[in-house]
Ligand binder design. Structure first.
Ligand SMILES: C[S@@+](CC[C@H](N)C(=O)[O-])C[C@H]1O[C@@H](n2cnc3c(N)ncnc32)[C@H](O)[C@@H]1O
Length: 262
């Protein structure tokens, strides 16, 4: 299941690809430690992007449509009857395509600032025959289109990678309809360092050092939340954008799913 069954929730080949690309990128990260300038996402080795898509896919396959979306207040009903959704920081569009397949009456737009990922997302949507209700555009989380037009905005494992997560939060708030929802999927983490010194926390801290923190530092603001930011810090960032209600809608051993509403 770990090596061969792509549909298994414990399929881990994506993690091996990520680790291989981390090793390949060690020199750039070492230099970033000296300069403090970070490493831009597009300067990571090519196989990292496929590795990440592959790493998260089993979790999304197991949880997204059956667990995470139903945990949000009133969202599935809207998706079934026809809603407008943005998947911000969509990467290869794995989550976008899964939702588009499950909710054919709804329209899904994937945004990411990494052009190569958007090209892969378009190809992925074509492969799955969901071109009619998906669109993918190169845009940053603080600049994507959609003033007051979305019923749901999703951010899967990317808020902590952003240079300006507070700016992103304010922009998501502006892009939502008044009764819209922002679903934020972030790695599970305790608010205290000592609460994360377990095997999973250590793995996330390592990935954060090699990818997430340098990615954020290479952008404007450079907030560098890291992959183990913890719920308290994430709530502060989300609330700062104008969301008054933030709750943990559900969780898995690896993810917390936060629901933010105006
Ligand atoms: C860890 S990957 C997750 C990708 C995808 N959401 C998934 O779950 O497979 C983080 C993504 O955030 C994107 N990203 C980082 N900073 C961004 C920003 N400021 N605006 C838009 N996308 C950003 C990266 O390009 C990358 O695709």
């Amino acid at each position: 299941m770990v090596f061969a069954n792509k549909k298994s929730p414990v399929y881990m080949m994506g993690a091996f690809e990520c680790i291989a690309s981390n090793i390949q990128n060690q020199g750039a990260i070492e230099k970033a430690f000296e300069t403090g300038e970070g490493v831009h996402w597009s300067d990571q080795p090519g196989c990292l992007f496929c590795g990440i898509a592959e790493f998260f896919r089993p979790g999304y396959l197991t949880n997204l449509v059956n667990g995470w979306l139903p945990a949000l207040d009133g969202v599935v009903q809207k998706l079934e009857s026809g809603a407008s959704i943005a998947d911000v920081g969509c990467g290869h569009g794995i989550s976008t395509v899964m939702m588009a397949e499950a909710f054919p009456n709804s329209m899904f737009v994937g945004y990411d600032f990494h052009e190569a990922s958007i090209l892969s997302a378009r190809a992925h949507a074509k492969e799955h025959g969901v071109e009619a209700n998906t669109r993918f555009e190169v845009a940053s989380a603080t600049q994507f289109n959609g003033e007051g037009s979305y019923d749901l905005v999703c951010s899967f494992d990317c808020l902590h990678d952003m240079g300006d997560p507070q700016g992103a939060s304010a922009h998501v708030r502006d892009s939502l309809k008044e009764d819209g929802t922002w679903m934020i999927v972030e790695p599970m983490a305790d608010d205290r360092l000592e609460g994360n010194l377990n095997p999973v926390g250590r793995l996330f801290y390592s990935a954060s050092t090699m990818v997430c923190v340098p990615t954020s530092l290479a952008q404007e603001v450079g907030a560098a939340l890291g992959a183990q930011a913890g719920e308290a810090k994430l709530r502060d960032v989300i609330s700062s954008g104008g969301f008054s209600k933030v709750r943990r809608a559900t969780e898995t051993p690896f993810n917390m799913i936060l629901e933010a509403r105006a």
